[in-house]
Design a protein around this ligand. Structure first.
Ligand code: 26M
Length: 829
């Protein structure tokens, strides 16, 4: 009976309004134990979310059973970060059940949209890399791929940013309130993870070793269902949480050290406590390596348990399993799988290595040298002694092949070795990830080209080009258009007479057929204006600044990093401010000012890594400039500067739809892809950019006329840097003026400013701000000129949206599936 009922009940949840209401009220009373006297909006949000989750679980169960029954090859996406954001609205829209739920809630006296706002973001990621993983999960589910995501259930996600006296202050993000409605704790799905200890030789020939002693912690699974759009498939994101291991506790308790044992419990729980808030910089902290190993150890045991449910040969592993490494962060997994096969299952080394390499694939997300992971040999050997042995074994065999390939070339050996012999000696995780994987990919065409010709050049020559692929990033149109911009979504659907674009973004090209129709332009204008009003209201409430929705909204929102050049942006804002001041001083009338300057709002948002001083100084400069400009009566509404605090996924969902002009102005060659501008362009923003990352391909797809391009090319950067070193040019005039204004206290006298100015002046100008400055100003002037001609602007905005089909993460995921993983869609039975 139980079996029958379970099978029937799996998904026959009623979707009518009355059943939905009963279901929600049931959760209020019995899951949350709320009464009419203590039921607030947050409680109603939770009950609504729990009801949606029940729908998802029904789908989830059948989906997983289908994968199992069909015994399909699965893909496992391993990432230390998943920046998913809020889930309720996303699930409601993907299930296509918004009408029913909003009516149900309206009759209950509340408003579904209001409940959406009650949810806290799940911020288990830093920036681009983490958000990409979240977009990929949405596409994997939507396209019915038999996929699993694996990550860590950090108790504290990305820190909350407040601006106090103009400076960033970090606050802990305790996002798992007393109940995280979206997760299912699987206390029964738990694996042990060992650290430290020693390697003991059990037998010499055949050589058998054992890793013993040390500390053991337990990894417990928490599952998060991920719905797709327009499908009944629902896939799983499994996040690991660290708990004290039983065996270990018992030992301590038996020794009578009660308090010591409790302390140790805390130590083991530390592992999944906090996300490291670094983006594009490496942190050689032991706890970070512990997180990485904890994560892959639990994940691989889980993957292999599933694989071994049927009797199999180990050689079948790559036919059933593809493991994608999201950067090198989980790359110790390569060594762990080798260890499991050799030490725990007795496979001979070469045989095991062959299976390992066929199972793994690796994505690189950066060429910045400071971001490449390198673990000190001593640290790694202490924490994971057996893994260090195996790394030496892998390296020995690999270097023999390199030697045979380039006899006598000691430099190439030193470059390709897994060990960096500089002090302290360290393990190069990117080298490990390359030789331990079948495919290596970059995230945009230029980035992949640079990988092949610079940092991975030797490997490309050694393995051959076919190992190195490009997979240009994309974003999910569900969250970034359908959900974030319902107004534009409706316009598109009505002009295309179909909403097929939501699942097939190439359909957007159909807008081009109407490009000369003024009514389409009017629709675009109306929607953009409404989204700018919404953004203006948010700016008013968070920053207390009044901005004019008819001004040009120029935005740069992303992590603060010197290579992204937020500094160049604010310097150009200063130039504009000084020009307005000069015109006013010269007696310009209101009309003359309006003729000379396009009214603009410069919007910034983004977090600085807590230890990244120059990034924090850049924030300080932006807020100082904002204070002066926004309160200067000479300027009025001609220019406003806004730094919106605590940039996160839900803030991005309001910002991108309200963007006129979006900036991707990184020093060329340094931004691997960039996904933020893709979201803005999809929402009808124009792009001001260098020829870097995905911008190059975006310009190609939407047409170069739509884009304000400037600056040095990636191929020119090295030469220009050398020039700056040996024959340092003076600052161009406008830059000199802007710097002088900072120096003379126009924006206050803050300790941060002299240090910031020194960091990029003269020979220190590594990111080529001076070199690119005038051409940047010129691009901004071109943007102003087009903005004055609203018809021309709207035409470009429409063509921008229309050309974005290629940048759907559905396209990206399909390419991964077909060209790397070899997995096929598996819709549920
Ligand atoms: C490293 C060590 C310790 C703690 C954290 C890190 C770390 C975390 C995130 C290092 C790098 C991290 O992310 C890099 C990243 O986000 N790269 C971005 O990836 C995007 C998706 O592919 C690209 O669009 C961006 O261009 C790229 O900068």
């Amino acid at each position: 009976l139980l079996w029958t009922l379970l099978t029937q009940g799996m998904e026959n949840m009623d979707r009518d309004v009355e059943s939905i209401q009963k279901h929600i009220v049931n959760h209020c009373q019995f899951t949350l134990a709320r009464t009419q006297f203590n039921l607030d909006s947050f409680g109603l949000y939770q009950a609504t979310a729990l009801s949606i989750k029940d729908h998802l679980l029904g789908m989830w169960n059948v989906t997983q059973q289908t994968f199992t029954n069909k015994d399909v090859k699965r893909v496992y996406y391993l990432s230390l970060e998943f920046l998913v954001g809020r889930a309720l609205q996303n699930a409601v829209l993907n299930l296509d059940i918004e009408g029913e739920y909003s009516q149900a809630l309206m009759e209950l006296g509340t408003d579904l949209e209001k409940l959406y706002e009650e949810e806290k973001d799940a911020a288990l990621g830093n920036g681009g890399l983490g958000r990409l993983a979240a977009c990929f999960m949405d596409s994997l589910a939507t396209l019915d791929y038999p996929a699993w995501g694996y990550g860590i259930r950090y108790r504290y996600g990305m820190f909350a940013q407040k601006i106090v006296d103009g400076a960033q202050v970090e606050f802990p993000d305790y996002w798992i309130s007393y109940l995280n409605v979206w997760e299912i704790p699987r206390i029964d799905v738990s694996y042990s993870v060992r650290f430290y200890g020693e390697v003991r030789v059990v037998s010499d020939s055949p050589r058998v070793v054992e890793w013993v002693g040390g500390e053991v912690v337990q990894a417990v699974a928490y599952d998060v269902p991920i719905p797709g759009y327009g499908t009944k498939n629902c896939i799983n994101l499994r996040l690991w949480s660290a708990k004290p291991a039983k065996e270990f506790d018992l030992q301590s308790f038996n020794q009578g050290d009660y308090l010591g044992a409790i302390e140790d419990r805390h130590k083991s729980e530390n592992i999944s406590q906090v996300l490291y808030p670094n983006d594009n910089t490496y942190m050689g902290k032991e706890l970070r390596l512990k997180q990485q190993y904890f994560f892959v150890r639990a994940t691989l045991q889980d993957i292999l348990r599933r694989f071994l449910k049927r009797p199999r040969e180990w050689e079948e592993l790559p036919d059933k399993v593809a493991i994608q490494l999201n950067d090198t962060h989980p790359s110790i997994g390569i060594v762990e799988l080798l260890r499991i096969l050799v030490d725990e299952h007795g496979l001979e080394f070469e045989r095991a290595w062959g299976i390992v390499v066929k199972s793994f694939h690796f994505t690189n997300h950066t060429v910045l040298p400071e971001a490449l992971e390198k673990w000190p040999v001593e640290l790694l050997g202490h924490l994971l002694p057996r893994h260090l042995d195996l790394i030496y074994d892998i390296n020995y065999r690999f270097l023999q092949q390199v030697q045979a390939w380039r006899p006598g070339d000691m430099d190439v050996l030193a470059r390709m070795s897994l060990i960096d012999e500089a002090h302290p000696r360290s393990i190069r995780m990117a080298n490990l990830a390359i030789i331990g994987s079948t495919h290596v990919n970059g995230v945009a065409a230029l980035h992949t080209q640079l990988l092949k010709t610079t940092i991975f050049k030797d490997f490309c020559e050694f393995f051959g080009e076919s190992k190195f692929q490009n997979k240009t990033n994309g974003v999910t149109p569900r969250r970034w258009l359908h959900q974030a911009n319902p107004g534009l979504a409706a316009v598109i659907t009505s002009w295309l007479e179909s909403d097929a674009w939501i699942a097939n973004l190439d359909e957007l090209a159909g807008l081009r057929a109407h490009i000369d129709n003024p009514e389409l332009a009017a629709d675009f204008a109306r929607v953009k204006r409404a989204n700018k009003v919404r953004l203006a209201e948010l700016i008013q409430s968070t920053n207390g600044i009044e901005v004019d929705p008819d001004a040009l909204f120029d935005i740069q929102v992303k992590r603060i990093h010197e290579y992204k050049r937020q500094l160049m942006n604010i310097l150009a804002v200063i130039v504009r401010y000084l020009a307005i001041k000069e015109a006013v001083a010269g007696g310009a009338s209101k009309a003359e000012l309006a003729a000379a300057f396009v009214a603009r709002v410069s919007i910034f948002a983004g977090k600085a890594a807590p230890g990244y001083h120059n990034a924090k100084r850049i924030i300080r400069l932006i807020t100082a400039v904002a204070d002066v400009v926004n309160n200067d009566p000479d300027v009025g509404s001609l220019l406003k500067v806004v730094f919106m605090p605590n940039y996160n996924v839900s803030l991005a969902e309001v910002i991108f739809p309200g963007t006129d002009l979006s900036e991707q102005i990184s020093c060329s060659g340094m931004e691997a892809s960039g996904t933020g501008v893709g979201k803005a362009t999809l929402n009808g923003a124009l792009l001001i950019c260098t020829m870097d990352g995905a911008s190059i391909e975006i310009a190609e797809e939407i047409g170069h006329d739509q884009v304000f391009v400037f600056g040095a090319l990636a191929s020119e950067v090295d030469g220009l840097r050398a020039q700056v070193q040996f024959n340092t040019p003076p600052d161009c005039a406008p830059l000199a003026k802007a710097k002088a204004a900072i120096r003379d206290g126009t924006f206050g006298n803050y300790d941060e400013f002299p240090l910031l100015l020194d960091s990029f002046s003269g020979r220190n100008d590594y990111y080529l701000i001076n070199t690119d400055f005038e051409s940047y100003l010129d691009a901004q002037a071109r943007a102003d000129a087009v903005y004055r001609d609203q018809d021309a602007w709207l035409r470009k905005a429409i063509l921008s949206t229309a050309g974005m089909g290629f940048f759907s993460s559905d396209r990206t995921i399909r390419q991964y599936a077909e060209e790397i993983w070899g997995v096929k869609p598996c819709p549920r039975e």
